[in-house]
Ligand binder design. Structure first.
Ligand SMILES: NCc1[nH]cc(CCC(=O)O)c1CC(=O)O
Length: 309
């Protein structure tokens, strides 16, 4: 029997999404044996200094050790949250399959009476970890207090139970995948907070020459998700930015037309540059690159640089 080892981080979310992937793969390949191997990354070990690492240009702190395990053939497929995966893969590795995306939106979870973003009282304390959420939240509601909130999903939910926060913002996908959808109080619409490029999608990474495993992984590839996230990621790459930038991107496909929206925000919320483009889904990469060029012409670089320092 063929055996495929699937590697991932050890967090609840990483394990839940890897178990989902393996169940889907097993449906397609009932005669293949799948084994899950967890791997600890620099991001898992140094939670406190993620921003410092990002500033040094170290983009791959959630994935480096997992990619090393792929290259050393300790694992055959790596499962990543797409939004944490740098836009380029190291020599010898490739993204071979993009499974169907779940909800890309951010969500609000609040205490009693704090369950809708628009209705939060003046000065309410909202916890979030990402510069993108901070920038867009401050632009929408300059009166709110935006407070740092780090850690995995369980840690963040535990923090909300304490006294420091009135509400927190997370990715819907993480809660859906860990069977905590019932905790969601409000889906924040993209016209208020544009999601991160690739949010809600997974990436299956393999060795670029491992044809057998690539065929296995590709069985759960979803073309529409791929077109959407390709547009979003090319936009991010075109801006020269990574997952720690105040950048949102959200593509949808309707009636055979791909619509890509991109936002770049000032971290203080004072300014958000917004742009939209449309085209055939087969042109997804070009649409993303063109939108990035357009935004750079309109001053996006200064906002990205400012958020970095
Ligand atoms: N940066 C951490 C991270 N990476 C992926 C997800 C959620 C799942 C996803 O976006 O696919 C999260 C948690 C969050 O942002 O709330």
């Amino acid at each position: 029997m063929r055996m495929v080892t699937v590697g991932t981080r050890g967090s609840t979310l990483a394990l839940a999404q890897t178990q989902w992937v393996v169940a889907r793969l097993k449906e397609e390949w009932p005669d293949t044996d799948f084994r899950i191997q967890t791997i600890s990354t620099k991001g898992d070990r140094n939670r406190g200094s993620l921003e410092a690492m990002a500033q040094k240009g170290d983009k791959g702190f959630w994935v480096k050790e997992i990619e090393d395990a792929l290259l050393a053939k300790r694992i055959d497929i790596a499962v990543h949250s797409l939004k944490d995966l740098p836009t380029e893969q190291p020599e010898g590795l490739e993204v071979s399959s993009i499974p169907r995306r779940v909800d890309a939106r951010d969500v609000l979870i609040g205490k009693e009476g704090m369950k809708r973003l628009a209705d939060l009282p003046q000065g309410a304390r909202v916890g979030t970890s990402s510069v993108r959420r901070k920038a867009f939240l401050r632009a929408y509601r300059p009166d709110l207090q935006v407070i740092d909130l780090r850690g995995n999903i369980d840690t963040r939910l535990a923090a909300l139970a304490g006294n420091e926060y009135d509400a927190i913002i997370l990715a819907a996908a993480g809660l859906i995948r860990t069977e905590m959808r019932h905790r969601i109080d409000e889906f924040v619409e993209p016209d208020i907070m544009l999601p991160a490029p690739g949010q809600g999608a997974l990436a299956l990474e393999t060795r670029a020459d491992d044809d057998l495993t690539i065929e296995v992984a590709y069985a759960i590839h979803d073309h529409t998700t791929d077109d959407r996230i390709t547009a979003e990621r090319e936009f991010l790459a075109g801006l020269g930015a990574g997952c720690m930038a105040p950048v949102g991107a959200h593509a949808t496909v309707k009636g055979g037309l791909l619509t890509l929206e991109g936002w770049v925000g000032a971290l203080d919320g004072g300014h958000v540059i917004r742009a939209t483009t449309q085209g055939d889904p087969s042109e997804c990469a070009d649409l993303g690159a063109e939108l990035a060029t357009d935004m750079l012409d309109r001053g996006a670089q200064a906002l990205i640089d400012a958020a970095r320092s």
